[in-house]
Design a binder for this molecule. Structure first.
Ligand code: PLP
Length: 378
């Protein structure tokens, strides 16, 4: 039995979550779009400058609303990185898109913008960059390519809330962007998400899609005297109790980010020498990117080395995990033309990447134990 047990992730409570849930209950409004939902949306709109922030039940659902806003026709294509969570692709596939896989850069593990243009066809409708680990994609190049080909950009910003690329917030470059508040993310309410609309022309239809295809949002603002079925849509509103939970976390933004930055830097400093002696790569953060410290990963020299590392850490009671499997080689990916060798960097990195325990309340003591054990592994 190992002396300690360190999980990979632990949902963390910042203080006022239960107070705000109780407040929503005592106010008698626990369905969607109550006062905490409005507070969260106002916070995002003021802090991040999007035209409209719509809270959703998940990042997956926010991506699905984005897919509906694209008005996809059969044969239309959407470009996603192969190294990402299933939802980045599935949300668009669900609404009829043909998925086209982009390989990633070997340094930041983000969509490789230098290969993007080769993937564009007359049927391409949108590009969906993912800011892996909250480190920004090369947005100048991606936006320039998208503008030149008249394509929309939807940033899957599930890792990157409060991260910046060239002093501008991630999620504010594309016409739309999405966030996740799943319990594995920096800010959480268990399950939740948001859709940011940076281009105001999408607001009205997005509100209707989010409200089961009705113009109920306009009705509640007093802009129309009744609400009716206007378009297709579904039910994408989170309960105001969850919004209260989220708001408690957003209020601790400074403190959460500071603590996560300390964890990240302690890993980096503590492991630098050990890593360089063993051909292990630590994360690369370009000088023009400010990260929100979403995760700490290492890239080992081989699949065997990665598996041996995970096994060793497990024997010491520390849970380390690998990450995305190449989407283009999944059963669904193969149906969209995926094959071995299509995204070679993604295939290689996917075998060799390992993530270390990282959560808001990871203590110095726990982290010292993790680092000590890693240094003892050769
Ligand atoms: C977590 C995550 C999602 C999905 O988020 P949910 O809120 O669980 O739907 C989508 N994309 C990326 C890149 C993620 O990390």
């Amino acid at each position: 039995m190992a002396a300690h047990k360190v999980p990979f992730n632990k949902p963390c409570f910042e203080g006022k979550e239960l107070v705000y849930i109780a407040e929503a209950i005592s106010r008698g409004h626990i369905s969607g779009d109550g006062s905490f939902t409005k507070k969260c949306a106002a916070f995002f709109e003021a802090e991040l400058g999007c035209s409209k922030a719509l809270l959703t039940t998940s990042c997956t659902h926010a991506l699905e609303i984005a897919a509906l806003l694209l008005g996809l026709q059969p044969g239309d294509e959407v470009i996603v990185p192969s190294f990402t969570f299933v939802s980045t692709a599935n949300a668009f596939a669900l609404h009829g898109a043909k998925i086209v896989f982009a390989d990633i850069r070997p340094d930041t593990l983000n969509m490789d913008e230098t290969q993007l243009e080769e993937l564009i066809t007359p049927r391409t409708k949108a590009i969906v960059p993912v800011h892996y680990a909250g480190v920004g994609c090369e947005m100048d190049a991606i936006m320039e390519i998208a503008d030149r080909h008249n394509l929309l950009v939807i940033e899957d910003n599930a890792h990157g809330l409060f991260g910046k690329y060239k002093d501008q917030y991630l999620g504010s470059f594309g016409q739309m962007s999405t966030l996740s508040f799943h319990e594995t993310k920096n800010f959480t309410c268990g399950e939740g998400g948001a859709l940011f609309l940076n281009d105001p022309s999408y607001i009205q239809r997005a509100e209707i899609i989010r409200e089961k295809g009705t113009n109920r949002s306009q009705f509640f603002r007093g802009e129309v005297d009744k609400y009716t079925w206007r378009d297709i849509g579904s039910s994408y509103l989170p309960s105001d109790m969850l919004a209260g939970f989220l708001y408690a976390q957003l209020q601790e933004r400074q403190h959460i980010t500071e603590h996560r930055s300390k964890i990240w830097n302690r890993y980096h400093t503590g492991l630098k020498e050990w890593a360089s002696q063993r051909g292990v790569h630590l994360p690369h953060v370009p000088g023009h990117c400010e990260q929100p410290f979403h995760m700490f990963y290492m890239i080992t020299p081989s699949l065997q080395a990665r598996q041996a590392f995970i096994e060793f850490m497990r024997s010491e009671g520390i849970h380390c995990v690998f990450h995305y499997l190449p989407l283009h080689l999944s059963d669904m990916g193969l149906q969209y033309g995926g094959r071995e060798g299509l995204c070679p960097v993604c295939e290689d990195i996917s075998d060799r990447l390992v993530r270390l325990p990282f959560y808001n309340k990871l203590s110095n003591e726990e982290q010292d134990y993790i680092i000590e054990k890693i240094l003892s592994f050769s």
